[in-house]
Write a protein that binds this ligand. Structure first.
Ligand code: ZN
Length: 556
């Protein structure tokens, strides 16, 4: 293990001991691990390639001397999932999700807990203190129990009881602090100081930042395996690929700091040629970093009483982490953005319905931020984007779903009827509601699929598809839908001709029509459509909620 700890304030270099958290020269707690990148660059990629795809694949760049296999819970090595449907909806085909839900306790904090507990175990430390908005304490609890380390978890009373019980289940000491997260941190810090216990210091914890780097390492390897090496030029060797954007929801801000350092180290070793733009997203009700960034200040303006339902993200005072993260964001041409709880819950629902990923609201904040940045044009259609998606131990479904999300069936009294009659009676109760019926007539399969996905992600519809004008006309005459979504440019019978036929037929003349077109219409074409249609939508603009509002308005 060839690495040292360098003080970010005075540059002093020291050896690493987990329990010594202050710079011996100036007393600063802001320090970071530094490795011999030049030497490592010669051997690492080759060594990595022969190892299993998990966090310990990158052990030469982690502050643990020997990998203790008995502590492993399967940390790291999470999939990078291409978000095909969401990418299609947003017009950003190179959209990927780093699925941290698949960590041992369902969040990216498992990396932090795995590396920290391994380092403590190695140093003979058997008791520790952590303050948490939930996820960190759950991750630490899992690894601490496995390692025989006693954990004092300080959580705010706002953390859902179900999360607190999960922490207690692992055998951790749960201390519920009635107050804000920042106050819980203060109590925890004083408790640790008085008892001389090791304490997790958030972004000042060497092992935490180091653990988060592995997200960057994995992303670079995974993106490269999907998109290939960056082609060689100017005499340089071909490099691995880094995404254009890395997006994460933040509370304390430690995650993206660590991920940034991971990309920076890959660049230092000549493995990649650029660091992605960092986009850090906060919940509007607790967005001290976003607000401070917009004001252009280097010292964070704390939020005293956070107002968000998304407790996991309720760090009101991130302290110096903000200044460090701000510098990284500026350096990479990234940004800070905030979203409302409602936008996050909507994004959570869209993600589940379009991509099959059930996330926790904190992760949905990142996706709502993505939607905003794409809409604002800050993220470009061709950009390669990776969003950190973390897990699901907080039940938020009731905030997202309405009341009619289940069908209730009662099996009738079996004495009264034969088993077959009972079964039939039960089945009859499952009878589907009559959902609004929508016909999509479009000659491109992707466009039909996109419209279908958007509709399905936002409500219950019975959807019919036809791939040309003639087939569309037959479909409409047969099914008599409540709404038609019609493409104009189709070979042989185009949308104009379909319209003429529909309007000439009494059976179909009244059905509302939304025309979806990829091209700018000429005045003559607009005139030809005239008052026959209810709405004209430009394709590629479907993110605009207008489309859904139109659909909902036209279907009674
Ligand atoms: Zn120092």
């Amino acid at each position: 293990m060839a690495f040292v700890i360098r003080c970010l304030d005075c540059g002093h270099v020291a050896q690493y001991f987990p329990a010594s958290t202050d710079c011996p020269r100036c007393g600063s707690q802001w320090r970071e691990a530094e490795y011999d990148y030049e030497t490592l660059a010669k051997t690492l990629p080759l060594q990595w390639s022969g190892r299993p795809f998990d966090l310990w694949r990158y052990r030469e760049l982690l502050p643990v001397r020997n990998v203790n296999t008995s502590l492993k819970l399967g940390e790291g090595g999470t999939p990078l999932i291409q978000a095909v449907n969401l990418g299609m909806m947003l017009g950003t085909p190179n959209l990927f999700i780093k699925d941290e839900r698949q960590g041992p306790t369902g969040s990216f904090k498992d990396r932090q807990a795995a590396v920290t507990i391994a380092a403590l175990k190695e140093a003979g430390i058997t008791e520790m203190v952590a303050a948490s908005t939930g996820n960190v304490a759950i991750s630490y609890s899992a690894y601490a129990s496995r390692a025989g380390v006693k954990l004092w978890a300080f959580v705010t009373s706002l953390v859902p009881a179900v999360k607190m019980r999960e922490i207690a289940l692992y055998g951790s000491q749960v201390v519920k602090v009635t107050g804000s997260y920042d106050q819980a941190k203060q109590v925890a810090a004083e408790f640790a100081r008085q008892r001389g216990l090791y304490q997790d210091l958030g972004a000042r914890t060497i092992t935490s930042i180091e653990a988060m780097k592995t997200i960057a390492f994995e992303i670079a390897e995974q993106i490269t395996s999907v998109q290939g090496l960056v082609s060689a030029g100017n005499g340089h060797e071909a490099a691995w690929r880094a995404p254009d954007w890395y997006i994460q929801a933040i509370s304390g801000g430690m995650g993206p700091l660590g991920v940034y350092k991971g990309f920076r180290e890959l660049r230092q070793m000549g493995l990649i040629d650029k660091i992605p733009a960092i986009a850090a997203i906060q919940a509007e009700g607790c967005a001290p970093m976003v607000d401070s960034f917009r004001k252009g200040v280097d010292d964070v303006i704390p939020v005293d009483s956070p107002r968000t339902h998304i407790e996991t993200l309720a760090t009101g005072n991130p302290g110096r982490t903000y200044a460090l993260l701000r510098a990284r964001v500026l350096e990479t041409n990234g940004t800070f953005e905030s979203v409302s709880d409602e936008e996050a819950f909507r994004a959570m629902h869209v993600l589940a319905k379009m991509e099959g990923l059930s996330t926790e609201p904190a992760a949905a904040v990142a996706f709502a931020g993505l939607f905003k940045l794409v809409r604002a044009g800050q993220i470009k259609p061709g950009d390669t984007i990776v969003v950190n998606c973390t897990g699901h131990t907080m039940p938020a479904e009731e905030m997202v779903l309405g009341s009619n999300w289940t069908r209730n069936v009662e099996f009738p009294d079996r004495k009264a009827e034969t088993p077959q009659e009972g079964l039939l009676s039960a089945l009859n109760q499952v009878a589907p509601d009559r959902f609004p019926r929508v016909a999509i007539v479009d000659d491109t399969a992707e466009a039909r699929r996109l419209i279908r996905r958007i509709l399905q992600s936002q409500g219950d519809f019975s959807i019919f598809e036809a791939q040309d004008g003639k087939e569309g006309l037959e479909l409409i005459r047969r099914e008599l839908p409540d709404l038609i979504i019609l493409d104009l440019m189709m070979p042989e019978m185009d949308g104009f001709a379909v319209m003429d036929e529909l309007k000439a037929d009494q059976e179909t003349a009244h059905i509302p029509v939304i025309v979806a077109t990829a091209k700018e219409l000429t005045p003559h074409e607009k005139e030809r459509l005239g008052s026959q249609i209810q709405a004209l939508m430009q394709k590629g603009d479907f993110l605009n909620d207008e489309f859904l509002q139109e659909v909902k308005a036209l279907i009674k």
